[in-house]
Design a protein around this ligand. Structure first.
Ligand SMILES: *[C@@H]1O[C@H](CO)[C@@H](O)[C@H](O)[C@H]1NC(C)=O
Ligand SMILES: *[C@@H]1O[C@H](CO)[C@@H](O)[C@H](O)[C@H]1NC(C)=O
Length: 485
């Protein structure tokens, strides 16, 4: 019987019931199936259905070419690469395809190693550039800070830039990858850098002053803690006269802000006591010619946490459906609450902000026109045991992966030693429609164990979920890069 006489549309429907392996097996059976399973319409449908609509990242995608212009062969490769990486990344014990180590040079006397205090993969560029920040302590004092840029395409990775200083109060990577400025650093002046094709950081702008701490950088906007009156500062680096302060009179709190998301129209701040939303209309439309006095913007929405947040990150998620409908993406928050007691809290919280369907983006953000539904909904909790005084860190990817360091190592090492690098895909939450119910739904456990470290030296993490790359920074200056793609 000649099955292949059925129209292609019918096969397209049938293929959606098959796995990619089945389709590749079918290819081997006869010439007609071979031709059909190599057609562009098949792979365009499969890529759309299994990858894009599932919000699964594609590693090594060339951003220059639109998907519409890609050949069947490219789409097939992208589909297979994406699914293979996702399956590995979310498996119980993923094995890195490559594990690379960068060692720091000890000081000339050989006794001191510069501890890693910051670690970031530059967004875009296929996770090629790694920024590390090191602090060299001698006799309990930090004597020198270094900011280094590493080219991970080279094997072994090479250092392409190194900035040295005696002061440091924050570094922020530009969240908008396509911008000319790649990072901002406060050491002690606020400096804005671009990067050339060889990875050399070039100083573009310097703003003298202040005793403030840098928090975030997005496009040309920097956010920092202004001082101890609890306000945040915001400034356009192309137009510093527009500087404004963000203040929440209902909840003044000292210098404690874990994560900030800067949108063109509004700003969200994940702080120790509160979650706040600010309208940026006045800031964006300020007229520097008028020489207005410094503006203070007040929070338009504020949610007070039940307990103080000890640490947390807030990340807008890649959402195919939001992009298609030109709406705002969902925002995930990964947080650990503090406790009144001296011991740490052994759970992580997955908190979520759903876009507000009634939000009208041609009106200013206000109490009655909020971009997201308030309050943030606690979706689930994840067990993450940590010992007293142990160092933890957490990161959250744009495709829903939470990765963190904890000390759940009893099955492997003697009690009281060792660290675990664990992960969980927050999208595993079974029922997305339940958002708004502020009841904690369930406590889950890590689904992935990336690695263990008996030495307790991990202090920082960085992630690029699209490329399947994880990086750990150690207290002895070492950096370990895990590649899963
Ligand atoms: C807080 O301090 C900043 C920086 O000194 C200042 O610009 C702002 O007006 C202050 N805000 C309030 C509400 O006092
Ligand atoms: C949004 O606000 C604008 C300006 O007031 C109005 O013209 C428009 O109809 C509103 N859109 C919706 C969907 O309500």
């Amino acid at each position: 019987m000649n099955t292949v006489t059925l129209p292609l549309e019918i096969f397209l429907h049938i293929f959606l019931y098959l796995s990619i392996e089945d389709i590749l097996a079918l290819r081997q059976t006869c010439k007609d199936f071979q031709a059909m399973t190599q057609s562009r319409s098949v792979w365009s449908l499969l890529y759309q259905t299994y990858v894009l609509e599932q919000d699964i990242p594609t590693p090594q995608i060339s951003n220059e070419r639109p998907i519409e212009s890609m050949a069947a062969h490219d789409l097939e490769g992208m589909t297979i690469r994406s699914l293979r990486l996702r399956n590995k990344w979310t498996s119980a014990f993923p094995l890195a395809a490559r594990k690379t180590t960068i060692m720091s040079q000890p000081t000339t006397d050989g006794n001191h190693l510069p501890r890693v205090i910051g670690l970031h993969l530059l967004p875009g560029h296929g996770a090629r550039w790694l920024i590390s920040v090191h602090a060299l302590h001698i006799g309990g004092q930090v004597v020198v800070f270094t900011v280094r840029n590493w080219d991970l395409l080279a094997n072994p990775p090479i250092q392409t830039s190194c900035l040295t200083s005696h002061a440091f109060s924050g570094l922020a990577i530009n969240a908008q990858a396509e911008q000319p400025f790649v990072l901002a650093v406060q050491r002690p002046h606020l400096e804005i850098y671009s990067m050339d094709a060889e990875g050399i950081l070039e100083l573009e702008k310097t703003f003298p002053d202040h005793r403030r701490r840098l928090l975030a950088f997005a496009g040309s906007t920097v956010v920092f803690t202004a001082n101890n009156n609890g306000s945040l500062g915001i400034m356009n680096v192309d137009d510093p006269a527009t500087e404004a302060s963000l203040f929440n009179p209902a909840n003044p709190q000292p210098d404690e802000c874990h994560s900030v998301f800067v949108h063109a129209d509004f700003l969200m701040a994940l702080r120790g006591k509160t979650f706040e939303i600010y309208d940026l209309f006045i800031f964006r439309n300020a007229d520097p010619e008028l020489g207005e006095p410094q503006r203070t913007l007040e929070a338009v929405a504020c949610h007070k946490w039940q307990w103080r947040l000890d640490s947390g990150c807030l990340v807008p998620q890649v959402s195919h459906s939001a992009a298609r409908h030109n709406s705002l993406p969902p925002i995930y928050i990964l947080a650990r609450f503090g406790s009144w007691f001296p011991w740490p809290v052994n759970i992580l919280h997955h908190i979520q902000l759903a876009p507000n369907p009634a939000y009208n983006n041609s009106l200013v953000v206000s109490q009655t026109n909020l971009p997201y539904i308030m309050p943030p909904a606690i979706i689930q909790t994840i067990a993450s045991p940590i010992r007293l005084f142990s160092i933890t860190h957490m990161v959250l990817g744009q495709y829903g992966s939470a990765v963190w360091i904890d000390t759940h190592t009893e099955d492997y090492y003697a009690p009281d030693c060792g660290q675990r690098l664990a992960g969980y895909c927050l999208k595993h939450f079974p029922d997305d429609s339940d958002i708004g119910a502020s009841e904690i739904q369930q406590t889950t456990v890590a689904s992935t164990m990336f690695d263990l470290n008996e030495q307790d030296t991990w202090v920082r993490l960085a992630i690029d979920e699209a490329e399947g790359r994880l990086v750990t920074g150690h207290s002895n200056g070492k950096i370990t890069i895990y590649d899963y793609a």
